[in-house]
Design a protein around this ligand. Structure first.
Ligand code: NAP
Ligand code: GLV
Length: 305
């Protein structure tokens, strides 16, 4: 069996880890590799697929497959399999808890008070009275919603189809989104980028958030209308935005986000695929394909995720 790995970074680490979990495979790396049975990729060049005419399945090294689905040469008849967790859910939980706690405990207000030399204590509040909204209740958003709820926050989650998660108030569909937005003091976004979710956080939806809310985007930059978010930040309706992902990455040097006092930027590091866990996951799924067994994480191209 031949497996090709094509990713811009740490190809050798992927080769070593995959060889350990799949010793029976011949593993190749790079866009010029010979025709293989399985490909493991992250942002391959468009010409990669012309050299891979006999793929049985294609694995994305990320959870999001929007950039792969946008490649015109992507073979539509080959199953596309995405990463499921692969070490990322724990990292998303850490990021989400950090922001929720920072906002809940009013740290930005105390930092501003310190800068002004002001001693300004505020009353205490309860976690159960502080709502954190979670858009997208899949592998990552679902785990984050459960963790926030276990920590005692009031959690409101939103997905495409109805969903039940213990301790989480769930909504779905257009009306459900409005209800979640209206109560979210912190709004976390874990939606995939699809034609239905692009710019889902536009001016009208941002206006539905409570005044002073924080918006957190750990999914894809295209989910937010940047001009609308900047306008909402400028007038203080959105107090802060924590942004890990951007429509253009790296974020252009002249983008207003860089220097806006309400914006906190991380460079698309909210959750990184763990090479060891991901390789074990890919190896297991390749064996399942070979055995004709069911495989999790197959993307539905019609849904776009
Ligand atoms: P997932 O398991 O596929 O979950 C996606 C969730 O979004 C599901 O709950 C789905 O609803 C919901 N959804 C999709 N379209 C919707 C729509 N039109 N309306 C309402 N809900 C919708 O994906 P995941 O593994 O959690 O990953 C989520 C995203 O995180 C990825 O697509 C990727 O872009 C991003 N990501 C970012 C980083 C980073 O470092 N910043 C790392 C990893 C992933 P249903 O449950 O009803 O299907
Ligand atoms: C990273 O952004 C991913 O989709 O895994």
């Amino acid at each position: 069996m031949d497996v090709v790995i094509c990713t811009a970074v740490v190809q050798d680490a992927w080769r070593e880890a995959l060889a350990e979990h799949l010793p029976e495979a011949r593993i190749h790396i790079g866009a010029d590799a010979p025709p293989s049975d399985y490909a493991v990729v992250w942002k391959p060049p468009a010409e990669f697929f012309a050299r891979q005419p006999r793929l049985k399945a294609l694995f994305s090294l990320g959870a999001g497959v929007d950039s792969l689905l946008a490649i015109p040469t992507l073979p539509r008849d080959v199953p596309l399999v995405r990463m499921e967790d692969a070490g990322m859910a724990d990292q998303m939980v850490e990021y989400a808890l950090y922001v929720a706690l920072r906002e809940f405990r009013r740290m930005p207000e105390y930092e501003a008070a310190q800068a002004a030399g002001r001693w300004a204590p505020r009353h205490a509040r309860t976690r159960g009275g502080f709502t954190v909204g979670v858009l997208g209740l899949g592998v990552l958003g679902g785990e984050v919603a459960r963790a926030l709820s276990a920590f005692g926050f009031d959690v409101a989650g939103w997905s495409r189809a109805p969903k039940t998660i213990d301790g989480v108030h769930t909504e779905h569909g257009e009306a459900g989104l409005d209800a979640v937005l209206a109560r979210s003091r912190v709004l976390l976004c874990f939606l995939p980028r699809t034609p239905h979710t692009e710019r889902i956080l536009d001016a009208a939806r941002l206006a539905r958030l409570p005044a002073g809310a924080a918006v957190v985007n750990l999914a894809r930059g295209e989910l937010i209308d940047d001009a609308a978010l900047l306008e909402a930040l400028d007038r203080g309706h959105v107090a802060r935005a924590y942004l890990d992902v951007f429509a253009q990455e790296p974020l252009p040097a002249d983008h207003r986000y860089w220097h806006h006092p309400g914006v906190h930027i991380t460079p698309h590091v909210a959750a990184l695929t763990d090479v060891a866990i991901a390789s074990a996951q890919v190896a297991d799924k390749i064996r399942r394909f070979e055995a004709g067994e069911a495989v999790g994480g197959i993307v539905d191209p019609g849904r776009g995720y």
